[in-house]
Write a protein that binds this ligand. Structure first.
Ligand code: GSH
Length: 207
């Protein structure tokens, strides 16, 4: 068995791992799961039953995209977390992941029956997204987030920006942040991003 990655096609967290493996040139099997359904492989490899999960050729599995990117960074290929900028890179990754967390919370809230939906909660998450996007634009310097080179900060930022566009098409972040939009377009033109497209997948949240 080679490397296996459990993903969902919309998941920005899974997309980080898909892109990182491709940037490294590591061949892997991409297995599409629906973590919301019963009987999925993901629940046997991650007690939290969330994607992504990376399984190594020796059978060990790792979950949580940040841990998975740490594992991927130990593999041969270009370094994604250069040591001289590691903290700044991780800070941007946390920011990008936090934007995605807020988007997920809005998507789940909007899926609730209208009388159970909290507009205050949605507005609270929306504020985090707006502030997070502004902070990403502030961090941007030329073509990259940190250190003038491509790093996992760019992988996380690119995954987050595409996810905002997928889930919140009415949020005109491109109009509000044109430099960030041009940056996202440059990232999406990279072969590893283009080979790891994000797309909607039906979810059926029970309960
Ligand atoms: N912190 C985790 C978040 C992973 C996550 O939330 N994955 C979602 C898909 S975007 C999931 O599998 N959700 C299923 C569930 O919550 O049961 C990471 O970075 O990998």
């Amino acid at each position: 068995m080679g490397y296996q990655l459990l993903i969902a096609t919309p998941s920005p967290f899974a997309r980080k791992a898909r892109i990182a493996l491709r940037e490294k040139g590591i061949p892997f099997e991409e297995i599409v799961e629906n973590p919301w359904n019963d009987g999925m492989i993901v629940a046997r490899r991650n007690p939290l039953a969330k994607v992504p999960v990376l399984t190594l050729p020796d059978g060990r599995s790792y979950f949580d995209s940040r841990v998975i990117l740490d594992v991927i960074d130990t593999l041969p290929g270009p370094e994604l977390t250069p040591a001289n900028h590691a903290l700044e890179i991780r800070q941007i990754e946390a920011l990008a992941d936090g934007i995605c967390d807020a988007v997920v919370l809005i998507v789940l809230e909007v899926a609730r029956p209208p009388d159970l939906r909290s507009q205050e909660w949605i507005a609270r998450q929306r504020h985090k997204i707006d502030a997070g996007l502004a902070a990403l634009e502030d961090a941007l310097s030329g073509d990259h987030m940190v250190g003038g080179v491509f790093t996992r900060a760019d992988i996380a930022a690119g995954a987050a920006l595409a996810y905002v566009s997928l889930r919140m098409p009415d949020l005109d972040w491109r109009g509000a942040h044109p430099a960030l939009a041009a940056y996202a377009d440059r990232l999406e033109a990279r072969p590893a991003f283009a080979a790891s497209p994000t797309s909607a997948q039906p979810i059926d949240v029970k309960g």
